[in-house]
Design a protein around this ligand. Structure first.
Ligand SMILES: C[S@@+](CC[C@H](N)C(=O)[O-])C[C@H]1O[C@@H](n2cnc3c(N)ncnc32)[C@H](O)[C@@H]1O
Length: 303
Protein backbone atom coordinates (compact mmCIF):
# COMPACT_ATOMS: atom_id res chain seq x y z
CA UNK A 1 0.00 0.00 0.00
CA UNK A 2 1.34 3.42 -0.90
CA UNK A 3 2.22 5.60 2.06
CA UNK A 4 0.30 8.74 2.87
CA UNK A 5 2.80 11.38 1.84
CA UNK A 6 1.70 13.82 4.53
CA UNK A 7 2.61 11.26 7.21
CA UNK A 8 6.24 12.23 6.72
CA UNK A 9 5.73 15.95 7.19
CA UNK A 10 6.63 16.02 10.91
CA UNK A 11 9.91 14.17 10.26
CA UNK A 12 10.74 16.21 7.17
CA UNK A 13 9.99 19.48 8.95
CA UNK A 14 12.28 18.42 11.78
CA UNK A 15 15.02 17.31 9.41
CA UNK A 16 14.85 20.50 7.38
CA UNK A 17 14.33 22.69 10.45
CA UNK A 18 11.18 24.37 9.12
CA UNK A 19 7.61 24.52 10.30
CA UNK A 20 5.18 21.88 9.08
CA UNK A 21 2.92 24.68 7.90
CA UNK A 22 5.54 25.62 5.31
CA UNK A 23 5.56 22.08 3.94
CA UNK A 24 1.75 22.08 3.76
CA UNK A 25 1.85 25.35 1.87
CA UNK A 26 4.25 23.95 -0.74
CA UNK A 27 2.32 20.70 -0.94
CA UNK A 28 -0.90 22.61 -1.60
CA UNK A 29 0.70 24.70 -4.33
CA UNK A 30 2.05 21.55 -6.01
CA UNK A 31 -1.11 19.47 -5.89
CA UNK A 32 -3.25 22.33 -7.14
CA UNK A 33 -0.96 23.07 -10.11
CA UNK A 34 -3.23 21.93 -12.96
CA UNK A 35 -0.96 23.52 -15.57
CA UNK A 36 2.00 21.32 -14.62
CA UNK A 37 -0.05 18.14 -14.95
CA UNK A 38 -1.59 19.33 -18.16
CA UNK A 39 1.87 20.10 -19.61
CA UNK A 40 3.12 16.61 -18.70
CA UNK A 41 -0.04 14.94 -19.98
CA UNK A 42 0.22 16.68 -23.31
CA UNK A 43 3.85 15.54 -23.69
CA UNK A 44 3.14 11.85 -22.98
CA UNK A 45 -0.29 11.70 -24.65
CA UNK A 46 0.77 10.30 -28.01
CA UNK A 47 3.70 8.23 -26.86
CA UNK A 48 2.72 4.55 -27.22
CA UNK A 49 4.91 3.39 -24.32
CA UNK A 50 2.77 5.52 -21.97
CA UNK A 51 -0.33 3.67 -23.11
CA UNK A 52 -2.70 6.61 -22.90
CA UNK A 53 -1.62 7.58 -19.38
CA UNK A 54 -3.36 10.63 -17.99
CA UNK A 55 -2.03 11.93 -14.67
CA UNK A 56 -4.83 13.30 -12.54
CA UNK A 57 -2.82 14.08 -9.43
CA UNK A 58 0.89 14.74 -8.84
CA UNK A 59 0.86 11.62 -6.67
CA UNK A 60 0.32 9.63 -9.89
CA UNK A 61 3.92 10.62 -10.66
CA UNK A 62 5.13 9.18 -7.36
CA UNK A 63 5.50 10.62 -3.94
CA UNK A 64 9.27 10.52 -4.47
CA UNK A 65 9.08 13.31 -7.03
CA UNK A 66 6.72 15.27 -4.78
CA UNK A 67 9.37 14.91 -2.09
CA UNK A 68 11.95 16.41 -4.48
CA UNK A 69 9.59 19.32 -5.09
CA UNK A 70 9.17 19.99 -1.37
CA UNK A 71 12.91 19.64 -0.80
CA UNK A 72 13.70 22.18 -3.51
CA UNK A 73 11.08 24.64 -2.27
CA UNK A 74 12.29 24.45 1.32
CA UNK A 75 16.06 24.32 0.78
CA UNK A 76 16.10 26.78 -2.15
CA UNK A 77 19.24 25.43 -3.84
CA UNK A 78 21.07 27.68 -6.30
CA UNK A 79 23.04 24.83 -7.85
CA UNK A 80 21.46 21.37 -7.87
CA UNK A 81 23.11 18.38 -9.59
CA UNK A 82 21.25 15.13 -10.30
CA UNK A 83 22.39 11.91 -11.93
CA UNK A 84 19.75 9.68 -13.53
CA UNK A 85 17.13 11.47 -15.57
CA UNK A 86 15.38 8.82 -17.67
CA UNK A 87 12.15 10.44 -18.92
CA UNK A 88 12.77 13.56 -16.85
CA UNK A 89 10.02 13.45 -14.22
CA UNK A 90 12.35 14.06 -11.28
CA UNK A 91 13.97 16.94 -13.18
CA UNK A 92 10.55 18.42 -14.00
CA UNK A 93 9.50 18.48 -10.34
CA UNK A 94 12.79 20.08 -9.27
CA UNK A 95 12.59 22.65 -12.06
CA UNK A 96 8.99 23.51 -11.21
CA UNK A 97 10.06 24.21 -7.62
CA UNK A 98 12.96 26.33 -8.88
CA UNK A 99 10.56 28.39 -10.95
CA UNK A 100 8.50 29.07 -7.82
CA UNK A 101 11.72 29.89 -5.96
CA UNK A 102 12.65 32.31 -8.77
CA UNK A 103 16.18 30.98 -8.61
CA UNK A 104 18.25 27.85 -9.14
CA UNK A 105 19.98 25.91 -11.90
CA UNK A 106 19.62 22.16 -12.31
CA UNK A 107 22.39 20.12 -13.92
CA UNK A 108 21.21 16.64 -14.89
CA UNK A 109 23.38 13.78 -16.11
CA UNK A 110 22.21 10.69 -17.99
CA UNK A 111 23.41 8.38 -20.70
CA UNK A 112 22.91 9.15 -24.38
CA UNK A 113 20.07 7.16 -26.04
CA UNK A 114 22.40 4.62 -27.63
CA UNK A 115 24.11 3.71 -24.35
CA UNK A 116 21.70 1.30 -22.68
CA UNK A 117 22.88 -0.26 -19.49
CA UNK A 118 20.71 -3.31 -19.55
CA UNK A 119 22.53 -4.89 -16.64
CA UNK A 120 20.98 -2.25 -14.37
CA UNK A 121 17.51 -3.35 -15.42
CA UNK A 122 16.50 0.19 -16.34
CA UNK A 123 13.74 0.57 -18.87
CA UNK A 124 14.94 2.64 -21.79
CA UNK A 125 13.23 5.88 -22.71
CA UNK A 126 10.53 5.44 -25.37
CA UNK A 127 11.53 4.86 -28.98
CA UNK A 128 12.94 7.98 -30.58
CA UNK A 129 13.19 9.90 -27.28
CA UNK A 130 16.22 10.82 -25.23
CA UNK A 131 16.72 11.50 -21.54
CA UNK A 132 14.60 14.31 -20.17
CA UNK A 133 12.07 14.31 -23.01
CA UNK A 134 9.03 14.92 -20.73
CA UNK A 135 10.39 18.13 -19.20
CA UNK A 136 7.96 20.91 -20.20
CA UNK A 137 9.56 23.55 -22.45
CA UNK A 138 8.47 26.26 -20.03
CA UNK A 139 10.86 24.84 -17.39
CA UNK A 140 13.92 24.25 -19.53
CA UNK A 141 15.57 27.66 -19.20
CA UNK A 142 17.01 26.68 -15.77
CA UNK A 143 18.11 23.26 -16.96
CA UNK A 144 21.42 21.92 -18.24
CA UNK A 145 21.22 18.32 -19.46
CA UNK A 146 24.57 16.58 -19.86
CA UNK A 147 24.65 13.28 -21.73
CA UNK A 148 27.40 10.79 -20.95
CA UNK A 149 28.51 8.46 -18.20
CA UNK A 150 28.40 9.99 -14.74
CA UNK A 151 31.86 8.51 -14.17
CA UNK A 152 33.29 11.06 -16.61
CA UNK A 153 30.71 13.88 -16.69
CA UNK A 154 30.26 14.30 -12.94
CA UNK A 155 33.93 14.95 -12.01
CA UNK A 156 34.20 17.50 -14.84
CA UNK A 157 30.97 19.25 -13.90
CA UNK A 158 31.80 19.45 -10.20
CA UNK A 159 35.28 20.70 -10.90
CA UNK A 160 33.74 23.60 -12.84
CA UNK A 161 31.49 24.52 -9.89
CA UNK A 162 33.16 26.00 -6.87
CA UNK A 163 30.48 24.33 -4.75
CA UNK A 164 26.96 22.96 -5.07
CA UNK A 165 23.92 23.21 -2.80
CA UNK A 166 22.30 19.86 -3.47
CA UNK A 167 23.14 16.55 -5.12
CA UNK A 168 20.72 13.76 -6.05
CA UNK A 169 21.93 10.27 -6.95
CA UNK A 170 19.47 8.26 -9.06
CA UNK A 171 21.62 6.62 -11.73
CA UNK A 172 23.53 3.35 -11.45
CA UNK A 173 22.61 1.81 -8.10
CA UNK A 174 25.58 -0.54 -7.86
CA UNK A 175 27.43 -0.20 -4.58
CA UNK A 176 30.67 1.02 -6.13
CA UNK A 177 28.97 3.60 -8.31
CA UNK A 178 26.83 4.92 -5.48
CA UNK A 179 29.90 5.31 -3.28
CA UNK A 180 31.70 7.04 -6.12
CA UNK A 181 28.90 9.60 -6.63
CA UNK A 182 28.21 10.14 -2.92
CA UNK A 183 31.89 10.57 -2.06
CA UNK A 184 32.66 12.88 -4.92
CA UNK A 185 29.60 15.11 -4.58
CA UNK A 186 30.06 15.34 -0.80
CA UNK A 187 33.41 17.04 -1.33
CA UNK A 188 31.81 19.69 -3.52
CA UNK A 189 28.70 20.27 -1.39
CA UNK A 190 28.83 23.55 0.47
CA UNK A 191 28.70 23.31 4.26
CA UNK A 192 25.01 22.83 5.08
CA UNK A 193 24.35 21.45 1.57
CA UNK A 194 22.27 18.32 0.98
CA UNK A 195 22.92 14.88 -0.40
CA UNK A 196 19.85 12.99 -1.67
CA UNK A 197 20.03 9.35 -2.67
CA UNK A 198 17.29 7.35 -4.34
CA UNK A 199 16.86 3.61 -3.85
CA UNK A 200 18.94 3.38 -0.71
CA UNK A 201 17.33 -0.03 -0.25
CA UNK A 202 19.43 -1.32 -3.17
CA UNK A 203 22.48 -1.96 -0.96
CA UNK A 204 24.31 -0.56 2.06
CA UNK A 205 26.09 2.27 0.19
CA UNK A 206 24.05 5.14 1.67
CA UNK A 207 24.21 3.84 5.22
CA UNK A 208 27.93 3.03 4.90
CA UNK A 209 28.59 6.49 3.54
CA UNK A 210 26.46 8.12 6.22
CA UNK A 211 28.36 6.22 8.90
CA UNK A 212 31.66 7.12 7.26
CA UNK A 213 30.98 10.84 7.51
CA UNK A 214 29.33 10.43 10.91
CA UNK A 215 26.15 11.90 9.46
CA UNK A 216 22.60 11.79 10.68
CA UNK A 217 20.35 11.22 7.69
CA UNK A 218 16.67 10.61 7.21
CA UNK A 219 15.24 7.78 5.17
CA UNK A 220 11.80 8.15 3.62
CA UNK A 221 9.92 5.23 2.07
CA UNK A 222 7.78 6.33 -0.81
CA UNK A 223 6.12 3.08 -1.78
CA UNK A 224 5.26 0.07 0.24
CA UNK A 225 3.92 -2.85 -1.72
CA UNK A 226 4.05 -6.49 -0.75
CA UNK A 227 6.95 -6.89 -3.18
CA UNK A 228 8.81 -3.60 -3.15
CA UNK A 229 9.71 -0.74 -0.87
CA UNK A 230 11.54 2.24 -2.32
CA UNK A 231 13.57 4.31 0.06
CA UNK A 232 15.12 7.72 -0.31
CA UNK A 233 17.96 9.06 1.81
CA UNK A 234 18.53 12.67 2.80
CA UNK A 235 21.77 13.75 4.45
CA UNK A 236 22.98 17.25 5.29
CA UNK A 237 26.63 18.17 5.22
CA UNK A 238 27.75 19.76 8.48
CA UNK A 239 27.52 23.53 8.58
CA UNK A 240 31.13 23.89 9.65
CA UNK A 241 33.43 23.98 6.65
CA UNK A 242 35.68 20.97 6.22
CA UNK A 243 39.24 22.20 6.54
CA UNK A 244 42.52 20.72 5.42
CA UNK A 245 43.00 18.90 8.71
CA UNK A 246 39.67 17.14 8.29
CA UNK A 247 40.67 16.00 4.84
CA UNK A 248 44.00 14.85 6.18
CA UNK A 249 42.16 13.06 9.00
CA UNK A 250 39.88 11.31 6.54
CA UNK A 251 42.88 10.36 4.46
CA UNK A 252 44.73 9.08 7.52
CA UNK A 253 42.00 6.52 8.08
CA UNK A 254 42.58 5.01 4.68
CA UNK A 255 45.19 2.29 4.69
CA UNK A 256 48.30 2.96 2.73
CA UNK A 257 47.64 6.62 1.96
CA UNK A 258 49.80 9.54 3.00
CA UNK A 259 48.49 11.34 6.00
CA UNK A 260 49.99 14.80 5.97
CA UNK A 261 47.94 17.70 4.61
CA UNK A 262 50.55 18.09 1.93
CA UNK A 263 50.43 14.46 0.97
CA UNK A 264 46.69 13.90 1.49
CA UNK A 265 44.74 12.62 -1.50
CA UNK A 266 42.83 15.25 -3.49
CA UNK A 267 39.03 15.28 -3.87
CA UNK A 268 38.89 12.90 -6.78
CA UNK A 269 41.35 10.51 -5.24
CA UNK A 270 39.37 10.48 -1.99
CA UNK A 271 36.20 9.68 -3.93
CA UNK A 272 38.01 6.83 -5.62
CA UNK A 273 39.29 5.62 -2.26
CA UNK A 274 35.76 5.52 -0.88
CA UNK A 275 34.24 3.91 -3.94
CA UNK A 276 36.80 1.20 -4.46
CA UNK A 277 37.39 2.46 -7.98
CA UNK A 278 40.87 2.26 -9.46
CA UNK A 279 43.16 4.32 -7.29
CA UNK A 280 41.26 3.49 -4.12
CA UNK A 281 41.18 0.80 -1.48
CA UNK A 282 37.42 0.40 -1.24
CA UNK A 283 37.39 1.81 2.29
CA UNK A 284 35.06 4.52 3.51
CA UNK A 285 36.29 7.18 5.93
CA UNK A 286 36.41 5.85 9.48
CA UNK A 287 33.68 6.95 11.86
CA UNK A 288 34.70 10.28 13.37
CA UNK A 289 37.19 11.12 10.66
CA UNK A 290 34.78 13.71 9.25
CA UNK A 291 32.94 16.36 11.25
CA UNK A 292 29.61 15.63 12.91
CA UNK A 293 26.37 16.54 11.17
CA UNK A 294 25.38 18.85 14.00
CA UNK A 295 23.45 16.20 15.89
CA UNK A 296 20.13 17.98 15.50
CA UNK A 297 18.12 15.78 13.15
CA UNK A 298 16.40 12.59 14.23
CA UNK A 299 16.61 9.43 12.14
CA UNK A 300 13.26 8.47 10.70
CA UNK A 301 11.87 4.97 10.94
CA UNK A 302 12.62 2.55 8.14
CA UNK A 303 8.98 2.33 7.14
C1 LIG B 1 15.93 5.26 -12.20
S1 LIG B 1 16.32 6.10 -13.67
C2 LIG B 1 16.19 7.81 -13.21
C3 LIG B 1 14.78 8.23 -12.91
C4 LIG B 1 14.59 9.71 -12.66
N1 LIG B 1 15.47 10.23 -11.63
C5 LIG B 1 13.16 10.00 -12.24
O1 LIG B 1 12.85 9.86 -11.05
O2 LIG B 1 12.35 10.36 -13.07
C6 LIG B 1 18.02 5.80 -13.78
C7 LIG B 1 18.71 6.49 -14.94
O3 LIG B 1 20.11 6.48 -14.68
C8 LIG B 1 20.79 6.40 -15.91
N2 LIG B 1 22.13 5.88 -15.65
C9 LIG B 1 22.49 4.64 -15.25
N3 LIG B 1 23.82 4.53 -15.14
C10 LIG B 1 24.34 5.73 -15.46
C11 LIG B 1 25.67 6.24 -15.56
N4 LIG B 1 26.72 5.49 -15.29
N5 LIG B 1 25.83 7.54 -15.92
C12 LIG B 1 24.76 8.31 -16.21
N6 LIG B 1 23.48 7.87 -16.14
C13 LIG B 1 23.27 6.60 -15.80
C14 LIG B 1 19.94 5.48 -16.76
O4 LIG B 1 20.17 5.71 -18.12
C15 LIG B 1 18.52 5.84 -16.31
O5 LIG B 1 17.92 6.77 -17.19
Amino acid sequence: MEMIFEDYFPQLANHWQVGESQLKLHWDELRSDRQFLSDLNSVVRDVPEFMGACFKHVRDLRNYRCLLYLFTRVIQPEIFVETGVLNGFSSAFILLAMRHNRKGILYSIDLPPDDEILEQGNRPVPQGKSAGWVIPDSLRSSHHLLLGRAQTILPDLLEKQSSIDAFLHDSDHSYSHMMFELGLSWDYLRPGGWLLCDNVEANSAFSDFERGVDGNGLIVASFNTPTRIWKHGLLQKPLRAVDCDDHAGAAASVKGKKTTAEGAPGRLEQAAIRSGLPGGTGAVPARGSMPRAGGRAKRGPLT
